[in-house]
Design a protein around this ligand. Structure first.
Ligand SMILES: [Zn+2]
Length: 262
């Protein structure tokens, strides 16, 4: 199931680690969490590992807008899901409650170890540019508000393609920085408020709706559904109503479902 992020061979499980018998790299299991990172990534991470907040409290918060958008787009029949950039695990929790087989993955060992103390689904530490799962493993990959953090987005999309089954699906949500309210703040010279909200941790790049379409189409994905413009939220019933209009102006979050043509 897991593959070596260095040489892509299947890893063998030992008591407190996974080992690659080809390149002889050993990957530790801390708590219940396999840390499947290349050595240099693990060393670089110390600098950019996120501030660890109260994991239990954040995990149990009501679903965020992006989770509800993702929930609306996810196919009922698709069971095996990778939550790429799972953070504090709120979306994985929501999916797990719907009897999905969900694997949470993020690059931050601290958060993963903390969340895995109470989360009932597996949590894996890995790099999105080097997803440590074998080919054709998932029905769906979801990536919620994570794209701006990826250093090499094209590589991430290629990896999503690799781990997906034939006609597999990807659901992406991403903040719309040209939402009308942000435009007003910009005109009023209050860009700092947006930056403060979005800049708490490492941002690599920002994307427009068409940037995202272009990125995925290039790797053989086609957009098949959209839940970007939300006009009603019922948080208790975990439902939202969306209209497919005025995405650039009215969406707080872009939410797109792609299908793989392979
Ligand atoms: Zn290896």
């Amino acid at each position: 199931m897991f593959i070596c992020p260095v040489c892509k061979n299947i890893l063998k499980k030992e008591v407190v680690s996974y080992i690659c018998e080809v390149c002889e790299t050993r990957y530790p299991i801390k708590g219940n969490v396999p840390i499947l990172l290349k050595d240099e990534i693990q060393k670089a991470l110390i600098e950019r590992d996120r501030e660890l907040l109260n994991a239990f409290e954040i995990y149990n918060r009501p679903p965020r807008l992006a989770y509800l958008q993702c929930n609306k787009l996810i196919s009922k029949k698709n069971k095996k899901i990778l939550d790429l950039g799972a953070g504090y695990g709120g979306l994985s929790k929501l999916l797990f409650e719907q009897n999905k087989e969900v694997y949470a993955m993020d690059i931050s060992p601290n958060i993963a170890i903390e969340v895995s103390k109470f989360a009932p689904f597996p949590y894996i530490v890995g790099e999105a540019e080097n997803i440590p799962f074998e080919d054709n493993f998932f029905d769906t990959v979801v990536s919620i508000q994570s794209f701006p953090h990826f250093i090499n987005p094209e590589r991430v999309v290629k990896e999503m393609r690799r781990v997906l089954v034939e006609k597999g699906e990807v659901i992406i949500t991403i903040e719309n920085i040209i939402w009308f309210y942000y435009r007003i703040l910009m005109v009023l010279g209050k860009w700092g408020q947006i930056a403060e909200k979005n800049g708490r941790h490492f941002i690599s790049s920002m994307y427009s709706y068409s940037d995202l379409l272009k990125l995925f189409k290039k790797q053989g994905f086609e957009p098949i559904a959209d839940a970007s413009t939300v006009i009603y939220i019922n948080k208790n019933k975990k439902k939202i109503i969306t209209i497919p209009l005025f995405k650039n102006l009215l969406s707080i979050n872009y939410a797109i479902k792609f299908k793989l043509k392979k």
